[in-house]
Design a protein around this ligand. Structure first.
Ligand SMILES: [Zn+2]
Length: 213
């Protein structure tokens, strides 16, 4: 019967769709949990640690200053000290370091603090976040983000390593060279989020004998 045939096709299609959707979410869940690592495939002798910690923690590299390198997967040796590089035709110095990474690479909090200001600066830092330390004396500045981490909001407390957003090239960054512009500002009591005196983050993240001002 023709009508029965059409109904069967519709039901069959619905079942196939449901099964495929379930398979997709099971796969997505496993990828999210395990970072795509098949633990059964681990070589004998390799210790596979089961942990309830988020995956980002495994990538966290903490420098001698107690700050984490705020771009996932970047080692100290990959950093370069661009703190005193001239900007804007030499009219001012950079007062930050640029951490080069592919667009979309996770940006994480270098230190704990409270998200004080989420600010868009069209001709400057683009999508930016200002995070103040619990003792109020430091502001960590993250700029040229591609996007904020989902749900990020002003007033939110972040721990070292918590997601801030992703590397991008918003604002006046070179579209061909996505990077995180990261600055550390020492704050006097009562100073606002855009004030403060810049301190070179490079030696705090990389150590060694970086030139300091
Ligand atoms: Zn920069």
């Amino acid at each position: 019967m023709r009508r029965f045939g059409l109904g069967a096709v519709v039901v069959f299609t619905a079942i196939v769709t449901a099964v495929l959707t379930s398979l997709f979410w099971v796969a997505a869940y496993n990828l999210g949990r395990g970072g795509g690592v098949d633990k059964r495939g681990a070589a004998p002798g390799n210790v596979v640690t089961e942990s309830s910690e988020p995956d980002e923690d495994r990538e966290l590299v903490v420098g001698p200053g107690g700050l984490a390198i705020p771009v996932a997967g970047i080692r100290p040796g990959a950093l370069s000290d661009t703190y005193t590089q001239a900007r804007a035709s030499g009219a001012r110095s950079h007062d930050a370091i640029d951490i080069m990474a592919p667009a979309g690479t996770p940006v994480v909090a270098a230190a704990e603090g409270v998200i004080e200001k989420l600010f868009f600066s069209e001709g400057g830092g683009g999508i930016t976040a200002y995070v103040r330390s619990p003792d109020q004396r430091w502001v960590y500045y993250y700029a040229h983000l591609q996007a904020y981490a989902p749900g990020l909001r002003e007033g939110q407390r972040v721990a070292r390593g918590d997601p801030i957003g992703t590397v991008g090239n918003t604002g006046n960054a070179d579209p061909a060279g996505p990077h995180l512009h990261f600055a550390v500002h020492r704050m006097e009591p009562g100073e606002s989020w855009h004030d403060g005196d810049a301190v070179n983050p490079y030696p705090l993240l990389a150590g060694g004998s970086a030139a300091s001002r």
